[in-house]
Design a protein around this ligand. Structure first.
Ligand SMILES: O=c1[nH]cnc2c1ncn2[C@@H]1O[C@H](CO)[C@@H](O)[C@H]1O
Length: 321
């Protein structure tokens, strides 16, 4: 029988909510995880790779390859902003986990993305949970990548709401705005899930306790690393819950019907105080002037989410693990 699971590559910077997203993907019969590719963001790339390998060992899925991604931005920038204050210095809640036994494959993230897109043209979904450098590098490596990759589902941006790095910018886009602008205007089948949506998907302390009481191995592991993520949200947002950015984005791959979407050109501000700002042209006006917005391919942008259903899907699959 033909395998109807969606071939999926997760580009990730683990990260506490990345850990949850990766486990969720592995628990989802709709997805066939072909590999993890790593990027800087929540932590530096070297640590992302280490954490990706570690998480696959926790999951007993060392059959899944990890391809290490870029250590610099698409413009070779080395001044990176990492979010250790959100995830801990180790990216996984300061738990002093032992180093993984495995090693990454001998292929860069971009080369792996290009290879898989050529192997299965139109069939591979990339779920991008960090800055978009690796995807932009794949576009540079293979001009046909935008058409050969099936779908790119991106956690990034903040549409008509404030960012989380500053009022303008969301962290993943801020991490590499030039790469994000390249991906958004590449002509690939892109779906963007921004803070305007992920901030509605909240895991409460009661939900976390429910995870803790379950026998699920992923649930138990996540409970250990979630503390610092909760403290950060209490401090930054005065909430008694945490935003499930990355898991919500995996759910968009598992069941896109839990979201509604609009479609338009998205560009990224690359200079000035609003560097990293994502701007969606809502098609409500016919502009007379020729501009940087004309004749650009459109992307889909998530606008509403069935938050209780997304949370339930995440909880059920992590508890039953
Ligand atoms: O306040 C923050 N600053 C930087 N990164 C954050 C913050 N909150 C969450 N994330 C991380 O960035 C992505 C969503 O933008 C998520 O991966 C999340 O873990």
């Amino acid at each position: 029988m033909a395998d109807s699971r969606k071939k999926t590559i997760i580009d990730t910077d683990p990260g506490i909510d990345d850990a949850m997203a990766i486990f969720l993907a592995l628990q989802s019969p709709e997805l066939d995880v072909l590999g993890l590719t790593t990027i800087f963001g929540n932590v530096y790339t070297t640590l992302s790779t280490r954490n990706a390998l570690h998480l696959l060992e926790i999951a007993g899925r060392t059959d899944i390859p990890v391809a290490e991604g870029s250590h610099v931005t698409i413009t070779k920038g080395t001044k990176l902003r990492v979010a250790d204050f959100v995830h801990g210095a180790d990216g996984l809640g300061n738990q002093n986990f032992p180093p993984p036994n495995g090693i990454p494959i001998d292929q860069s993230a971009a080369a792996f993305l290009v290879e898989q897109a050529n192997l299965y043209p139109g069939e591979v979904t990339v779920v991008a949970l960090g800055p978009l450098t690796n995807i932009a590098l794949a576009l540079q490596l293979d001009p046909g990548f935008s058409k050969k990759i099936g779908k790119i589902i991106i956690l990034g941006g903040a549409f008509f709401v404030n960012g989380n790095v500053n009022p303008a910018a969301e962290a993943n886009i801020f991490g590499d705005p030039e790469a994000a602008d390249m991906v958004f205007t590449s002509g690939a089948d892109v779906l963007v899930v921004g803070l305007n949506v992920t901030h509605q998907v909240v895991m409460t302390e009661a939900d976390r306790d429910k995870l803790g009481r379950s026998d699920g191995k992923f649930a138990k592991y996540l409970c250990k690393i979630l503390d610092i993520y909760f403290s950060y949200h209490r401090y930054a947002y005065e909430t008694k819950g945490v935003y499930l950015h990355d898991p919500a984005t995996v759910v968009a791959a598992v069941d896109p019907s839990l979201f509604t979407y609009t479609e338009g050109v998205v560009r990224v501000q690359t200079t000035g105080i609003s560097r990293g700002l994502t701007i969606l042209y809502n098609n409500k006006k016919r502009f007379g002037e020729v501009s940087e917005w004309c004749d650009k391919p459109t992307v889909k942008v998530a606008v509403t989410v069935d938050a209780p259903a997304v949370l339930k899907l995440v909880m059920d699959r992590l508890i039953d693990s």
